[in-house]
Write a protein of this length. Sequence first.
Length: 288
Amino acid sequence: MNRKSMSFARVFFVLPLCLLCLISAVRADIGPKPEVTITVVNAPEGELYLDLLAQGEPTDSPYNSTAECDPALLDRLRSLEGEGWVLAYTTGLARNAPVFGDVRPQENGTWRFSYIGLPETFRIAAATADEARAAQLPYTRDFVGNIVYDWQANTVREATPPPLRFLTRLAATLIPTLVIEGAILWLSGFREKRSWLVFLAVNTATQAGLHLITGAALTQAGWHFLNYFLTIILQELVIWCAEAAAYAFLLRERSRARRVGYAFAANIASFVLGYFPLHLLHSFLVRL
């Protein structure tokens, strides 16, 4: 690697360190928490309460107050408990952190539950003034979930089909990566069609792998730069090694040192600058 390339690489190496210095003090509880958003369809008229049934022991001291809720509706909802299934929000699980949310819908008509006590596997429980029912099949969430509960069919499904959700989230990181690293590829003197085809194939493969490894956690990484840094830094190091090896052997232009140097500079740049589009798209991506 020549002196100019080394200087170029040093600039991109210190960029994340500079950005970290700008981050304010972090509280111990900062960072995204698991959450699930539930939309109910084909529901009867009238008020409806909804909670999550999880397996465990009920707590002696419920975390959440339900003083403002209708006691009769709460009793009907509690009637669904039994055989080891406990209402995660209304009753709470022993030896477990709290779950935040409400048995009543939000202003937009959906239910949202979150925080570290959110069970990974649960059944939807819902009650109206006339009836209470719980989904027969348990649902296992991702870090962020957006699901639809069909009252009439008593079934749960993903709001967005998993293949479409994966492709949308992949596009959210792949497109900025191609733009940023493509600009550096051009500035580094790579012009041949073969080089650009290799560049496209390698980045598509590594970005797809990143999403398969991190899953929905990558979407939540856009919440805060420090969280983004800690979530992706190890995977980014693996990606840099993989891309450096791929470019060293697959590219034909320039020296091998230049190819490896390009991989380093491009990945540092996309790692730092890639946070900003992910941050802007965060609120959209978590709703998928």
